[in-house]
Design a protein around this ligand. Structure first.
Ligand SMILES: NC(=O)c1ccc[n+]([C@@H]2O[C@H](COP(=O)([O-])OP(=O)(O)OC[C@H]3O[C@@H](n4cnc5c(N)ncnc54)[C@H](O)[C@@H]3O)[C@@H](O)[C@H]2O)c1
Length: 330
């Protein structure tokens, strides 16, 4: 079998970190051949073409074909997976409304092009920020493609949360499971450890031994560290998260395509009212992937303390949705 993968922003930093891992089979498995379509704007075409030359030089056995284009009709042609990474960053003096409008003019037309040209079963992963609302805009413009096929990436936040817990508990990160990211991929997100485990034991119990007051530690240390990790990386590294974002994208798409089994993870997907999140928002939830589709895991009942934090992030998503609605973008 050959899978067609379209990557937007292929000439950018995350694109460069993603392409070689996709070609190596990290995303879709060691037996799945891949056809890559690199979609850029004219300013990014040369960088994408350079990456395509290097892909050729990688002599990847799974890579059947690479096409570089700035035409969405060509870029999304036959796409089984569309990875929407290219986005408009916030420029100096740009207000949030300007940012939403600038990205709306990217993600609306891309959603329409996906509906017109992609494979019938296309699955769309949005990485470009503001990811949840960009996914909402793309899904709204993709006439005939079920909104359930769109998701936005919060796996980087989940991976960051697992990394922080592993460090705090002096445990291998592979032993940490069951962390949930709720809400928006932004500083309001709520990384929830209530049902997380470390080597099968509740993380909460292990944290109680370490910290005494778990909620105080979560509020003062863990939640801000995870939610503001992107800013920390920029401060330390002098540039935004790239390889970890590409890695999380690989994790997310691989889970979506190959399934999670009983393991829970996090992804921003369309709400049908689960956990009181207004219907139609693309919000991060606990999910599993079954037969190529994301399913929200229900019945995890957040307590009042968690609920308050989830509601805060969901309120931000409502504001973003109302802003793009007022702009006529959805
Ligand atoms: N969801 C997450 O966890 C997460 C994490 C890190 C970064 N991000 C976001 O990912 C996005 C990409 O980050 P980056 O570091 O690769 O940025 P970058 O600026 O290096 O690359 C972005 C690329 O997108 C291209 N592009 C812009 N508009 C496009 C369009 N309409 N069609 C196709 N390509 C287009 C640009 O030419 C550029 O090459 C940013 O929005 C960033 O905020 C998300």
């Amino acid at each position: 079998m050959t899978t067609t993968v379209t990557l937007t922003g292929a000439g950018g930093q995350i694109g460069y970190a993603l392409l070689f891992r996709i070609a190596a089979g990290d995303m879709l498995g060691p037996d799945e051949k891949v056809r890559l379509r690199l979609l850029e704007i004219p300013a990014g075409i040369a960088a994408a073409e350079g990456a395509a030359l290097e892909l050729q030089d990688g002599a990847f056995g799974l890579l059947e074909h690479v096409e570089v284009t700035d035409d969405p009709a060509v870029g999304f042609d036959g796409a089984d997976h569309a990875l929407l990474v290219g986005a408009r960053p916030r420029g100096p003096g740009m207000e949030r409304g300007d940012l939403l409008a600038a990205n709306g003019s990217i993600f609306g037309p891309q959603g329409a092009a996906i509906a017109a040209h992609a494979a019938p079963g296309v699955r769309v992963t949005v990485v470009g920020n503001p990811a949840n609302t960009n996914a909402l805009i793309a899904a709204a413009a993709a006439d005939g493609v079920p909104a359930e096929r769109f998701s936005a990436l919060t796996r980087l936040d989940e991976n960051r949360a697992r990394g922080q817990l592993a460090a705090a508990l002096n445990a291998p990160v592979a032993d940490i499971a069951g962390v949930t990211i709720w809400g928006n991929h932004s500083a309001t997100q709520f990384p929830d450890v209530a049902r997380a485990t470390v080597a099968g034991r509740p993380v909460w119990d292990a944290l109680a031994e370490q910290t005494g007051d778990v909620r105080a530690w979560l509020d003062s240390t863990f939640i801000p560290r995870v939610a503001k990790r992107g800013a920390e990386i920029i401060q330390v590294r002098g540039s935004s998260s790239v390889a970890s974002a590409a890695n999380a994208t690989i994790d997310h798409v691989r889970d979506g395509a190959l399934g999670t089994g009983e393991r829970r993870t996090s992804a921003a997907v369309i709400s049908h009212g689960e956990y009181g999140v207004p219907e139609g928002l693309i919000s991060s939830f606990p999910v599993r992937a079954v037969d190529g589709a994301w399913q929200i895991v229900e019945g995890l009942y957040p307590d009042d303390w968690a609920r308050e934090r989830i509601d805060r992030s969901v309120a931000e998503l409502v504001e973003e949705r109302d802003a793009v609605r007022a702009l006529g973008l959805i």
